[in-house]
Design a binder for this molecule. Structure first.
Ligand code: COA
Length: 562
């Protein structure tokens, strides 16, 4: 079937659907909805059997939906209509929310319903629920849609059915989310911020700076006056509330143009005198505070979590991860697992911090070096067996960080972007060594030059990952533990695997070989950072300022069969 995805951006849900449909064997294209004339032209060129719009912020022209059956994926329960569906569900504390697939017609979200479903609402940010619960459900519903689409007797649900639980709502405004510092409990404040995270954020004024707030974490220990800045930590600030305290990791100044940055980068000197409330290098995942690096041991397996906002890793974060890894590999465990974060495994070096820097060339350069040092530690680790566990999506250097481990497992449903060229980079992280070693030279070239996302299942088929574990979180973690335990339970096999690895690492040419890869990669990367006119400098700016594309990106044009 020829299926065209019409999108406002090739976001996480669109990428997941793109991968899923290609894995099913469908012929899938992507068209950005930039303006009516361009979209009509692209639709006519692709000539699809159906159109699916997984993430669309504008209306599809009648010329299109009247000629080709078009479906909209709406992130709300059946009957729900209007913008900011998930925002309202979070703010209203709905215990259940859902996804609806409806047929496009002349009215916004008003078409007949072809598939719908619900999930229990977790406690999380809008972006998190969208990337996880919404996306998983939407994929299942698209499968349902493709089944009923071919059934001549199928009758869709009309929007006026009384039984539908949702209803039309207006768009949410900043006044709906405004924090009432005197009266709101910490829980209320966290809910408001989560309803607007990652976009548009909750507007407020912090130390005289008008800005939007992102990345809220509750704090169990620190206490102080209402809206008092009680502490800072790794770029985040801790604020007092009427009944407790919470952390904000990121701010974006209201004045335009501005980008999302760690809170301390925005508030700068205004934070003079505020104490840095340091944590140990890694802490227990259950500690109620803002924390990035966590560690948990079960049996003889160590689980190292690194929950960096948006999976972006600045130089300090890379250094801390490296030291945590170096320390833990010597702690007597048998298997050390790189767990990534709650929202992403990793998306590589930190593009926003680099863009904000007055010396973005030098700071970017030190970021890539510190990332490489972390990867090198993993590649040269001869004390334990290492596993990268891709529970969430990974992109660019984040994928290649994962490939440094001896074994790589992925949760089903995870989407990987093992390439750098969309940002104009050659890339480092020793990818020229690790990627061909896993998939061969031809596939490595194809993955890095096509710039397309791939599913965990596809990654397993080509040898990029070793195995795929259940998508269901409740099964994923026990399965991961079982996988890790199996690596050491047969002691003879464990020692044998470790021996093979030690022999390889201590072979004199190994360190030279990986060093050579690093040098060649960095030689290619140098102009990207130091030439002010480089493609990377231009594309990075477009990326962090979220510039609207003027056409469907070249690498997505003409994509068809897998
Ligand atoms: N540095 C800073 N921010 C990053 C980032 C990075 N390396 N990678 C992703 N982000 C941010 C995005 O700006 C976005 O921010 P916001 O939602 O808070 O405004 C957020 O992370 C989520 O990213 P988004 O693009 O919406 O997620 P996605 O799942 O749709 O797409 C990627 C994932 C990996 C394809 C995409 O984020 C990407 O191309 N990232 C850049 C990767 C890169 O080139 N890294 C540098 C080389 S190692």
């Amino acid at each position: 079937m020829r299926i065209l995805l019409v999108v406002s951006a090739f976001n996480s849900l669109s990428q997941r659907l793109f991968c899923h449909l290609r894995d099913r064997g469908e012929n899938v294209g992507v068209a950005f909805a930039i303006n009516d004339a361009q979209l009509i032209a692209e639709v006519e060129t692709f000539f699809p059997d159906i159109i699916i719009a997984p993430f669309l912020k504008k209306r599809i022209p009648e010329h299109i939906w009247s000629a080709i059956t078009t479906f909209i994926v709406h992130p709300g329960i059946a009957g729900d209509r209007g913008a900011h569906a998930l925002d309202w569900a979070i703010l209203n504390r709905s215990s259940e929310w859902g996804v609806t697939i409806l047929r496009a017609n002349g009215e916004y979200d008003a078409g007949d319903i072809y598939a719908h479903g619900t999930f229990a609402m977790p406690q999380g940010s809008k972006a998190s629920i969208y990337r996880n619960e919404t996306t998983t459900l939407a994929i299942g519903l698209v499968d349902e849609l493709l089944e009923v689409f071919h059934e001549p007797t199928f009758i869709p649900l009309a929007q006026h059915e009384n039984a539908l639980s949702g209803s039309a709502h207006r768009a949410m405004t900043q006044s709906d989310r405004r924090i009432d510092w005197e009266n709101d409990s910490t829980e209320n404040i966290l809910t408001k911020i989560r309803s607007a995270d990652s976009h548009p954020g909750v507007l407020d004024t912090i130390l005289g700076v008008e800005c939007t707030l992102y990345g809220a974490h509750s704090e169990g220990r620190l206490r102080g006056g209402i809206k008092e800045i009680l502490a800072k930590r790794e770029g985040a600030i801790c604020l007092g509330t009427r009944d407790g305290a919470f952390w904000i990791t990121h701010l974006k100044e209201r004045h335009q143009p501005s980008i999302k940055l760690p809170a301390t980068y925005v508030l700068k000197d205004r934070l003079k005198g505020v104490m840095e409330d340091r944590l140990p290098l890694f802490v227990d995942p259950m500690v109620e505070t803002f924390k990035e690096i966590t560690y948990l041991e079960r049996d003889e397996v160590g689980y190292l979590g690194f929950d960096f906002h948006n999976g972006a890793m600045g130089a300090h974060q890379c250094v801390r991860l490296k030291y945590a890894f170096d320390h833990l590999k010597q702690s007597g465990i048998k298997v050390l697992v790189l767990m990534g974060g709650e929202e992403f495994f990793s998306n590589g070096i930190h593009l926003n911090i680099m863009e904000d820097s007055k010396k973005s060339d030098e700071d970017g350069w030190s970021n890539i070096h510190s990332m490489n040092e972390a990867v090198k530690s993993i590649l040269l680790c001869d004390e334990v067996l290492t596993v990268s566990a891709l529970r969430r999506n990974a992109g660019a250097g984040g994928v290649f960080l994962a490939l440094a481990s001896d074994f790589v497992v992925a949760r089903e449903g995870v989407v990987l972007n093992p390439h750098y060229q969309t940002l104009g980079l050659h890339g480092s992280e020793y990818w020229t060594y690790t990627l061909p070693r896993r998939v061969g030279e031809i596939k490595a070239h194809e993955l890095t030059s096509s710039c397309l996302p791939i599913s965990a299942v596809h990654a397993e088929a080509i040898g990029l990952v070793d195995t795929v574990l259940s998508e269901d979180e409740e099964r994923y973690l026990p399965e991961l533990h079982q996988y890790c335990k199996a690596l050491y339970e047969d002691e003879e096999r464990y020692e044998e695997l470790l021996d093979i690895k030690r022999q390889k690492i201590h072979h004199t040419s190994f360190t030279e070989e990986i060093q050579r890869h690093r040098e060649i990669e960095l030689e290619r990367m140098y102009p990207s950072f130091y030439d002010p006119a480089s493609e990377f400098n231009r594309l990075r700016k477009d990326f962090v300022y979220k510039l609207c594309p003027i056409q469907t990106p070249i690498y997505l044009q003409g994509v068809g069969n897998a």
